[in-house]
Design a binder for this molecule. Structure first.
Ligand code: DX5
Ligand code: ZN
Length: 219
């Protein structure tokens, strides 16, 4: 069993009963709850906003790993911090001053993450690696669950793993998109600390959350 952490994406959950779904994920052994916020502008899909996150907060004490696929993002950071996000992850393309947006997240005592789309160069995050708590490496183009894993994105994971370990940073590497029980092994081998998964956790093995979380952890 690897010590990788699992952050189930509720994008694949039943949106008519998100509170219960989150409670079931906690009982099933999830380490975080990955909440995909989409605005229909940064990505071609719309999901939930801070009001919903605020209402979901009371259902679990697990950290809310909030992935903001919204732009411009800077002025909304406070809304998500106030709603109960624990980790706030933003895309560099969604702000015109990445360092200032990272500092704003830290100002609200939240963990700061930066997400790299498959086409986004790792050079966007290397200069701020020491400022952030998490790098979210997208292994699909953001917007939808259930897409095919893009294995070439693991090259970024390997470079980040080496950089973080060499420089003794505390930054965690999280991978997001198309992760299943098969490819989670190569993601863990490449050096990820946290795996996001929606479709695999909610749909595999008849939706046995506990079993699917365990299988992703075994690597
Ligand atoms: C996609 C989201 C991912 C997605 C993962 O834009 O950021 O978190 O929900 O879902 P699966 O595991 O189904 O690819
Ligand atoms: Zn996500």
């Amino acid at each position: 069993m690897s010590n990788v952490k699992i952050s189930p994406s509720i994008l694949s959950a039943d949106f008519s009963k998100l509170g219960n779904e989150i409670q079931d994920l906690e009982k099933a052994g999830a380490d975080f709850i990955h909440i995909d916020v989409m605005d229909g502008h940064f990505v071609p899909n719309i999901t939930i906003g801070p009001e919903v996150i605020d209402k979901l907060r009371k259902y679990t004490s697990l950290p809310f790993d909030v992935h903001l696929m919204i732009s411009p993002v800077h002025d909304f950071i406070k809304n998500f911090a106030d709603a109960g996000a624990d980790i706030i992850t933003i895309h560099p393309e969604a702000t015109n001053d990445l360092v200032s947006s990272i500092k704003k997240i830290k100002f609200y005592n939240k963990k700061a993450g930066v997400s790299l789309n498959p086409k986004t160069s790792i050079d966007k995050v290397l200069p701020v690696l020491n400022l952030i708590d998490l790098v979210l490496v997208m292994s699909v183009n953001p917007g939808f669950g259930g897409q095919k894993f893009m294995s070439e994105t693991l090259e970024k994971v390997k470079i980040l793993r080496k950089e973080i370990d060499t420089k003794k940073f505390k930054t965690q590497i999280e991978i997001d998109g198309g992760i299943n029980i098969e490819n989670s092994k190569i993601a863990i081998k490449a050096g990820v600390d946290i795996i996001v998964s929606g479709t695999t956790i909610f749909k595999e093995n008849g939706g046995d959350l506990k079993k699917n979380i365990q299988l992703l952890k075994t690597g």
